[in-house]
Every structure is written in C-alpha cells, then in structure tokens.
Write a protein that binds this ligand. Sequence first.
Ligand SMILES: O=C(O)c1ccccc1NCC(=O)[C@H](O)[C@H](O)COP(=O)(O)O
Length: 207
Amino acid sequence: MLIPKVKICGITNYDDALAAMEMGADLIGFNFYPKSPRYIRPEEATRIVNRLPAFIDIAGVFVNSTLDETREIASQCQLDWIQLHGDENAEFCRWLAYDSPKTMKAIRVKDSSDIQQADGFFTDAILFDAYDPSKYGGTGLTFNWNIIGHVGKRIFLAGGINPDNAVAAVELGVYGIDVCSGVEASPGKKDHRKMQQLFDNIRHLRA
Ligand SMILES: O=C(O)c1ccccc1NCC(=O)[C@H](O)[C@H](O)COP(=O)(O)O
C-alpha cells in the first residue's frame, strides 16, 4: 500500500502550521474563500509560508475565484497545490493546470454518480468531500466511503475525518486524507491534542 499523504486544512496561524508539520502532515491548506470561517488573507498566508521550513507542501483552497486571482495568490503564497472547491468546471481546471502548480478538484459527493465525475477533470488529484446543500466544505460531514471503488486518479478523501475514523479512511487505500474540522478546537484553530491523536492512530499505516 502506498504511504498515504495527510493534508491538514484550514490553517490560519503559524503555531498550527508548524505543529501540523512536526506531527507529520505532508500538506497544509490555507483557505482563500472569503466566506469561510477559516479564511486567511494571502499576505498572512505568505508570512506563515516564509517562516516554515520548506519540507511541506502548501495548498490553497479556492471557491469560484477567477483564473487571474487564483494564479496571483498561488504565486504570492508559493502554493504547491491549487485546490478548487467550488463549481469550477473542467475547462477552468484545464486552464489552470496548463501553467500552475499541481491542481486538485474537489467533488462533493451525494451518490456514486458524483464519483464518476472524477473522469472529466484533468487535474493532478481529485478530492472527494461530503455534500452539504448550504456549504462548500469544512462541514465535518462524512459520506458513504464504500461507493468510491476504483478511480484511476490520485484521490484525497475528505469530509468529517477525525482521530476516530482516520484509520478506516486510510485503509481505503486512497492517495491521501484531508482533515479540517475533526482536529479543531474552533473554526480556524487547531486542537493540537486531537491532531496528535490522529497522527498517532494512523502511524502504523504510514511506517
Ligand atoms: O473549511 C472550510 O471552511 C471550507 C469552506 C469552503 C470550501 C472548502 C472548505 N474547506 C476545504 C477542505 O479542504 C476541508 O478540509 C474539507 O472540506 C473537509 O472538511 P472537514 O469535513 O471539516 O474535515
């Protein structure tokens, strides 16, 4: 089994970023969607990135931003990954993939027909998240992971992953897991004990 990557999303401050990295995160995510309770200004994200050792990938979460805005923030914040978490279509993703860092398209899953959508996106990875009619992400909701089946792409699994269900998530054999509210004290502030617990619980599967 491939060693699964762990992405800790919704980082808003340096302490949480450093803790996530030291505990074993492969990626941290900054949220550039202004309506998110985890929104961070690009200038602040840049300050955090510049203080971090360069051993971690940085992802930026975008919801229906323009191409220009997405590219500008990606460059300013030295993003390794652009995570498109809104209603971006395949063409938009292709334009970005052409001259940008790695791209990841989020698909919010209601049923197995949503899983099949993954084929239509030419991105470096697909992120499957839970569907909520009123929110784009960070909901803490899970979906039925059994419907994922085989997808011939790198898959990040997201949606309600926490220290208790992280082992089951990793055992699905996905490329990575993406965790946000399940390791928070409050929106935008990580609970370091929960985060450590999550990494401890899956350590044997990443050795
Ligand atoms: O976290 C948010 O507030 C958010 C808002 C709008 C779009 C995306 C958002 N988060 C993106 C993520 O990558 C989250 O990690 C993912 O949705 C899983 O969240 P959770 O269920 O809380 O673990």
